[in-house]
Design a binder for this molecule. Structure first.
Ligand code: GLN
Length: 194
């Protein structure tokens, strides 16, 4: 199995190391030829507007969006979650997403006070994870068969920060930055291998 990490912008290397630790071949992908040959895709953390714009200008946008919708196992962290959302709140003007995940995502959701923070989270199917949030989104609403794997409570309101829908996994936080590869392992064993 070959997992491609979309390498237009963002923390690509960290995802590749985490995937390698899980025993799979992982490579940076940035051309159509590379994207058609991968068996799974990771959309890294970074800046969702930049990644979407670069995908458009390199003529990769529809290919990526189409492959995700056709069932390519895909994991997105932070900016990657935003790029997977079918609907955005507080996106930049005209911001596009690849879509595929039937959720509404709020970009930069946690606001100034808690712009970036770390917390321990219970992630269903994974266990307790130390989660790093950096100008992170949250999931505002879920539809259909989207499963909430973890949520953060803010002022008594629970906001999903890890979700799965069939072949798509998304987290608001960055497991690639903590050296704990269990989220990547979940992706590889529970999503890519099915
Ligand atoms: N705020 C960024 C965005 O909108 C995401 C931040 C991140 O990936 N750490 O794309």
């Amino acid at each position: 199995m070959k997992v491609g990490v979309l390498a237009l912008q963002g923390d690509v290397r960290e995802h590749i190391s985490a995937l390698n630790e899980c025993g799979v071949e992982a490579l940076p992908v940035r051309t159509a030829l590379e994207i058609v040959t991968i068996d799974a895709l990771v959309l890294p953390g970074g800046e969702s507007t930049t990644i979407a714009k670069l995908a458009r200008s390199f003529d990769l946008f529809d290919l990526i969006s189409g492959r995700i919708k056709d069932g390519l196992p895909t994991y997105g962290s932070c900016a990657g979650m935003i790029l997977l959302a079918n609907e955005l709140v507080d996106g930049a003007k005209g911001q596009e997403t690849f879509g595929g995940l039937d959720v509404k995502v709020r970009r930069n959701a946690f606001g100034r006070q808690v712009d970036s923070f770390e917390t321990d989270l219970d992630v269903s199917g994974v266990g307790s994870v130390h989660a790093v949030f950096i100008r992170a989104p949250w999931v505002e609403t879920t539809h259909g068969d989207v499963e909430v794997l973890a949520a953060v409570d803010i002022s008594g309101v629970s906001h999903p920060v890890a979700v799965r829908q069939k072949h798509i996994l998304a987290t608001s936080f960055h497991p690639e930055l903590t050296g704990d590869n269990r989220i990547h392992r979940y992706f590889v064993t529970e999503i890519c291998s099915n």
